[in-house]
Design a protein around this ligand. Structure first.
Ligand code: ZN
Length: 445
């Protein structure tokens, strides 16, 4: 079936063009239209809608939706924030993982996100099936995902930050990582589910685990992901523990390569930025989280100049505390303008971080662009709310005036959001169960 996405109010294509919309077939974009098509089967009227490539979320922790606005952590920097939350997270149950993954995926979809990376690193004797549970929760919703099998092996007794009971033996981590790759990882272009390997941070695992994780990812053509250079404290911690800066550590364990993308990537020196670019490493900028934790400001333009692909992530919901990707693109625009000035960070530059460059940062070049042969991942926004009234550029208004929700979302040719709702999902019921689980989780402390 050829679907004509007809006459959009505005459309975000790499160059100009697309005034007559798009032709979509079998989950792919067949053509970008300057004239009405001669041959089509169905029509979708987009005349009151702005059409963007589906937004790409490069970093998240779905489980943290259960710990939004926790008073003990609300006004803390990264390390004390982690110390306040780890004991709560250590009690997560299977049901919590399922519910939190569903809520985060729904929230992302409703904000126009079509591809999401989740970084889950809490595994224990009681919580060994987290990745399977996430696949079960996310796949039915139609969200394209890269689920990271994270890990922690250095608990408090070995100088790490997390409680020992949410760390695992390294042999168990590697064995389970391989099982998850075998069970769920599809390396082909257009894959709906992928697994990446993702130790929580360099100082929560050993060097040998970092090296073996990199080798395992390579065997399966899978990505590598971790937090790096988020705060000055973290750099100091790394220097204290290993006597080297985080990037030197990363290089030593064979992680400076094109299938690696790093969350935050704030505190790099000029020479390190150059090395990141040469290695083809991607960086996920998480502006809300960086502002809430007071971590610092990512040097996006310097990194791009060195050849690094920059994407955007909402980060976990304990440090944002929402998973709204179109709002996050606005946050990136505002924060980066504060750093570099308004003329150097155009609105469309921020939109590229949320789409095309974000896809490149996570090694998914088939995503994030409205062009022939790309996957049909589309986000449709209305600009009829009061804050858009009087605008002269509907695409720019999405970020400058601020928009909160997508009207429709298509992923791989399937409608996952229609008229601002998730078909087949009783969202009120899901929210009620999720809120109940959040209250119960704190009671277990
Ligand atoms: Zn994070």
């Amino acid at each position: 079936m050829k679907l004509w996405i007809k006459d959009p109010k505005a459309i975000y294509t790499p160059e100009t063009g697309g005034e007559s919309g798009l032709l979509v077939e079998n989950g792919k974009i067949l053509s970008v239209l300057d004239q009405p098509p001669e041959d089509f089967d169905e029509v979708f009227d987009a005349s009151n809608l702005v059409v963007l490539p589906g937004l790409i979320n490069g970093h998240h922790h779905f489980y943290q939706t259960l710990t939004r606005a926790v008073p003990a952590a609300s006004n803390r920097a990264l390390f004390p924030w982690l110390e306040a939350l780890y004991p709560i997270w250590a009690n997560l149950s299977d049901k919590d993982i399922h519910l939190s993954s569903q809520i985060a995926a729904c929230e992302l979809l409703l904000s126009g996100c079509t591809t999401a990376v989740d970084h889950h690193y809490l595994y224990s004797e009681q919580l060994i099936n987290a990745t399977d549970l996430q696949v079960e929760a996310v796949e039915p919703l139609g969200l394209r995902s890269i689920l990271c099998r994270g890990s922690m092996s250095l608990g408090q007794s070995q100088g790490g930050l997390p409680p020992d009971r949410v760390t695992q033996q390294e042999t168990a981590i590697l064995k389970h990582s391989q099982q998850m790759l075998e069970a769920h990882h599809d390396p082909s272009p257009g894959a709906m589910t992928q697994i990446a390997l993702a130790p929580c941070s360099p100082f929560s695992v050993s060097k040998s685990l970092m090296r073996e994780t990199a080798a395992l990812a390579q065997d399966f053509c899978a990505g590598l992901h971790t937090h790096l250079a988020e705060t000055l404290d973290e750099n100091a911690f790394c220097e204290g523990l290993y006597g080297q800066r985080p990037l030197d550590y990363l290089e030593e364990v064979n992680w400076l390569r094109p299938n690696t993308w790093l969350a935050h990537g704030i505190h790099f020196e000029p020479g390190e930025i150059k090395r990141l670019g040469q290695a083809g490493v991607g960086i996920t900028h998480c502006p809300s989280s960086n502002m809430i934790l007071g971590s610092g400001v990512c040097k996006t333009l310097d990194l791009e100049k060195a050849g690094v692909n920059i994407g955007i992530g909402v980060d976990g919901s304990a440090s944002n505390d929402s998973s709204n990707l179109i709002l996050e693109a606005r946050q990136a625009l505002l924060l980066q303008r504060l750093k570099y000035g308004s003329e150097r960070v155009e609105v469309r530059h921020a939109l590229n971080w949320a789409t095309r460059n974000g896809a490149l940062a996570i090694n998914r070049p088939e995503l994030g662009v409205l062009a022939p042969e790309q996957v049909a991942d589309l986000a449709f926004f209305k600009v009829d709310e009061i804050q858009h009234s009087g605008n002269h550029d509907a695409i720019a208004s999405l970020l400058l005036s601020g928009t909160f929700k997508a009207e429709h979302v298509m992923i791989n040719g399937r409608w996952c959001v229609q008229d601002g709702c998730l078909p087949g999902i009783d969202l009120n019921r899901l929210k009620a169960h999720h809120q109940e689980a959040a209250v119960e989780l704190l009671r277990r402390l």
